[in-house]
Design a protein around this ligand. Sequence first.
Ligand code: 8YV
Length: 314
Amino acid sequence: MATLFEATLNPDDTPYTADALVAALAGKDVLVSSITDRLDAALIARLPESVKLIAQFGNGFDNIDIEAAYAAALTVTNTPSVLTEDTADMAMMLMLALPRRLVEGAEVLPRDGSWPGWSPTWMLGRRLRGKALGIVGMGRIGSAVAARAKSFGLAIHYFSRNRRPPQLEEKLEAIFHDDLDEMIGAVDILSLHTPLTRDTHHILSRARIARMKPEALVVNVSRPELIDEDALVEAIAAGRLGGAALDVFESRQGISEKLLDLARRHRIVLTAHMASATLEARLEMGETVIVNIRAFSDGHQPPHRVLPEGRARA
Ligand code: 8YV
């Protein structure tokens, strides 16, 4: 981007405050944002008039008030597809990590080499094959997770706003549920792949957590706000739920002590919002941002335009 455009970079990766962002955008045409930039209606109202495009470096765009941007005649784009496979890999890794005690197994080895050796009941976990996986949101990432999970011998169940075509269901042997509550009560692992919207905030609510099987696991590589985290932590701590593997969790006030405690006790696996963090994905995300900017600045509809809910693409 620095080669192609007159780019002003945020060199130390510390998210800008609203004031600093507005100041940095004086006279600029494009804002390349990421998930750490909160572009709410108030911030959008303060953007300099020169700014016409918000080119998000990311698939998710819940940090942007899309309605407000649209009303202000700003174009918003994102970078879908290029991080699908890496994110699905991470979901699969987390799905295996808890039942197969991956983190515990890596930590238990004494650093001084004094490990006494193997025994038949050493590090017993639980088998993944034969379990039922419930996918919430069968979009690109959800489908990529389902394809992997099928080859690991999991039975695929899904809940999605729109039922997927029969060819896909057949390929994945996926069972569609139009009732999320009912699916939640039937699966051993629940993996969340829906974007964060007004409708999906706390989609895994306290009431739904209470419906889960007592040994069930929750996997989340999407957004923390999809889960009522207090309810999740309480259920796991009380032994009413098997555990959780979370790449995303509430951290605005620091990671909660209760969450950390369950992680120390290996009831929860926590990773550092890294599901799409491969060199390949980051480069392709950058390329996609450039394609969006180029198309827009040449007067074309950028390929990855994001519109408010219910508005068809022009
Ligand atoms: C990235 C993500 O961390 O794309 C997303 O929606 O959550 C992550 O893959 C993010 O894109 C950085 O802006």
